[in-house]
Design a protein around this ligand. Structure first.
Ligand code: ADP
Length: 650
């Protein structure tokens, strides 16, 4: 069988076409997959957006509810009832030029000051003229000491202050220090000097003196006291005074104390509210409002209500907002898993994390009436949509399986087509091989018949020889036809076997005798060894004879230059019929295949030996039908031994 070159082979075309179709299918599947995934992603994004928007609305509603409750509280709560859980919130009530704050002392400074009690300056006029005009400190001191006798603490405070000042100017710093100390001791709340609490003035003055006297330890100690006093809010100060005094204290304390950003921010928020109130009082006396302020990096939210001259407000720092407002919101079932950020009006963060870039839902403060802009990023809403990812994975897996199936199916079909084509090729080779087999005996018959017809005077010997040739050709033809018919029957499963006990030795002998007649002319020495006693098997005489004949025929055909063929019968537990030659041999890779129909070996092709490729297939068929087996032993170039093994039969 001569194979087609792969590119010209019809199976090659088919395979190529099949693979092309499969390729197109796979490409279509991939394209479909990409489209589906894209659509699914778009759907997911849309759903995500819807959920985000809905969540943003829920957050806004919850915040609104929360602030409304807080405002309600503002309207109902008495100032003294207000006790915030966090320190960074305060309630603020302003009315008729006065400010009250709860918790008390919550602010470091105030936008307006209550009028403090001060002694009238004229009481000190004489002492001051001695001090400043005459520079007679002793006289000033005696005048002031006289004033110390009065009962009015305001007058005494003014006198102490001036006394200490004169002592200092007179170079008696220690005495001045003591007077300031006394002034601190005797001071009562509400007494002020030039609008500043007398106590504070005296403490500061002591620190200045201690600095001049170079007493750092005492200075540090007293400055820390002063700092603590300023921070505790026990002195009611305006912004400028507070900044001035705290600035001074900061110079004395080493290391400087931590600035109180939140309290400052609260004070600034109150200042803002006060100013806002002053400017809005005429236009909107009933105004209520909400505002979120970023004061030096601290977010303060102010909620206020005004009614007539009274204004009440809550100023809440980040701690209060987080623990009292926002964190409880996250516990609400309708906001489970939702994370939001709130931005002040200047876009700084009031709560949450800085919103990441990417899709988000935003609710602007001006649209919601809340003090902040609400921003909602996907965050863990995405986790809820895990079903999408899962669905996509399923889809992709499905498509991948489909694509694999298409590829696998195409490969299988391509293989089947190739096999089919190969079988067709084998059959067509068989037909041409059979034709060749027929041609040789027919040609010789025709030639000899012509010679006999043309010449009537042929010598009798020659005539006989011609007839003998004709007879052999006829026999060969009829054997060929018989074996083809048998093969056809075997293929159709219709070859009948009439099994009867027979002597294998005798059968072999008669086949060899018949075969010798055919081969003696070619000089073959056919050696036959058969045991004396009969080797009985149960078999079909004709079929077994044909099997042995085929083996002998092959041994002769594939002997090459060797002319020795041996056949022997051996009876043991089974009966073995062995046909040995010293011919071309069979390569190991072919030993299995040559038993298949239409298969011809490399020896046959290489030496141009004619044949149909059905001889051994028939042998195998017959032997198997007898319950036996065919064994092949061979060495390339050394010859082959074919053994038919049959069960013993009686
Ligand atoms: P055919 O002889 O018509 O080709 P067979 O079925 O009888 O068909 O044999 C199949 C092949 O087995 C042969 O083509 C040949 O290559 C190989 N073969 C069979 N018998 C022998 C042998 N005795 N020595 C070497 N090769 C053999």
């Amino acid at each position: 069988m001569k194979p087609f070159p792969p590119w010209k082979h019809p199976a090659g075309y088919m395979t190529f076409a099949l693979l092309a179709v499969a390729g197109v299918c796979v490409v279509a599947l991939v394209w479909m997959g990409v489209r589906l995934v894209r659509q699914d992603r778009a759907l997911e994004a849309q759903q995500l957006e819807e959920r985000r928007e809905a969540a943003a609305d829920r957050v806004v509603a919850a915040l609104e509810q929360l602030l409304a409750a807080e405002e309600q509280r503002l309207a109902e709560t008495e100032i003294s009832d207000f006790s915030p859980a966090e320190k960074d919130a305060l309630l603020f009530v302003a009315g008729s030029g006065q400010i009250r704050v709860w918790p008390e002392n919550a602010l470091p400074y105030y936008p307006v000051m209550p009028a403090g009690r001060e002694a009238p300056p004229r009481l000190y006029a004489a002492a001051e003229s001695a001090e400043f005009l005459d520079r007679d400190h002793e006289r000033a001191l005696s005048l002031l000491r006289a004033l110390l006798q009065t009962k009015d603490p305001a007058v005494r405070a003014g006198a102490h202050l001036r006394l200490a000042r004169n002592l200092r100017k007179a170079g008696r710093r220690e005495a001045s220090l003591d007077i300031y100390g006394e002034m601190i001791k005797l001071s009562t709340p509400g007494i002020s000097i030039s609008g500043v609490p007398a106590d504070l003035v005296a403490r500061r003055a002591r620190c200045v003196l201690l600095e001049e006297l170079a007493r750092p330890e005492q200075l540090q100690e007293e400055a820390e006291d002063l700092d603590e006093g300023l921070k505790s809010g026990k002195w009611r100060l305006d912004r400028e005074s507070y900044l001035y005094y705290s600035g001074q204290v900061a110079q004395w304390i080493q290391p400087p104390s931590e600035p109180e950003l939140t309290r400052h921010a609260l004070a600034e928020a109150v200042a803002w509210l006060w100013q806002n109130r002053q400017s809005a009082r005429d236009t909107e006396p009933e105004a209520a409002g909400r505002k979120s302020l970023n004061l030096d990096g601290t977010s303060i939210t102010v909620l206020w209500r005004g009614s007539g001259a009274r204004l009440s407000a809550i100023a809440a720092g980040p701690g209060y907002q987080k623990t009292q407002w926002f964190d409880p919101l996250l516990q609400r079932p309708d906001l489970a898993g939702v994370r939001f950020s709130l931005l002040n009006s200047d876009n700084t963060l009031a709560y949450g994390n800085q919103p990441a870039s990417g899709p988000k839902a935003t609710r602007a403060a001006f649209a919601t009436g809340l003090p902040w802009d609400v921003v909602l990023v996907n965050s863990n809403l995405e986790a809820e949509l895990g079903e999408f990812t899962q669905r996509r994975q399923f889809m992709m897996a499905g498509l991948a399986i489909l694509a694999l199936l298409v590829i696998a199916a195409s490969c299988l079909i391509a293989r089947a087509v190739r096999r089919e084509m190969a079988a067709a090729q084998l059959q067509s080779d068989f037909v041409s091989a059979v034709s060749h087999e027929f041609r040789t005996p027919l040609t010789s018959m025709r030639q000899f018949t012509e010679m006999l017809v043309e010449d009537d005077n042929l010598p009798a010997g020659k005539r006989r020889a011609f007839y003998t040739v004709q007879e052999r050709a006829t026999r060969r033809l009829s054997r060929l036809v018989e074996s083809l018919l048998d093969f056809g029957r075997m293929e159709a499963g219709a070859r009948p076997y009439r099994l009867e006990p027979l002597d294998a030795g005798q059968l072999v002998r008669s086949v060899v005798d018949e075969f010798r007649e055919e081969t003696t002319s070619e000089g073959f020495a056919l050696e036959c060894t058969v045991p004396e006693e009969p080797s009985v098997v149960k078999g079909d005489q004709e079929a077994l004879a044909q099997a042995v004949w085929n083996l002998l025929d092959n041994a002769v055909k594939y002997s090459g230059d060797s002319r020795a063929v041996r056949i022997e019968v051996e009876a043991g537990s089974r009966v073995a019929i062995r046909v040995r030659d010293r011919g071309f041999g069979i390569p190991p890779s072919e030993r299995e295949q040559i038993l298949r129909k239409f298969t011809r070996g490399s020896a046959a092709k290489a030496h141009g030996i004619k044949g149909t490729g059905i001889g051994l297939a028939m042998v195998k068929h017959i032997v198997i039908a007898h319950g036996g087996r065919v064994l092949i032993e061979s060495e390339a170039g050394q010859g082959s031994t074919f053994t038919i093994e049959l069960p013993k039969g009686g």
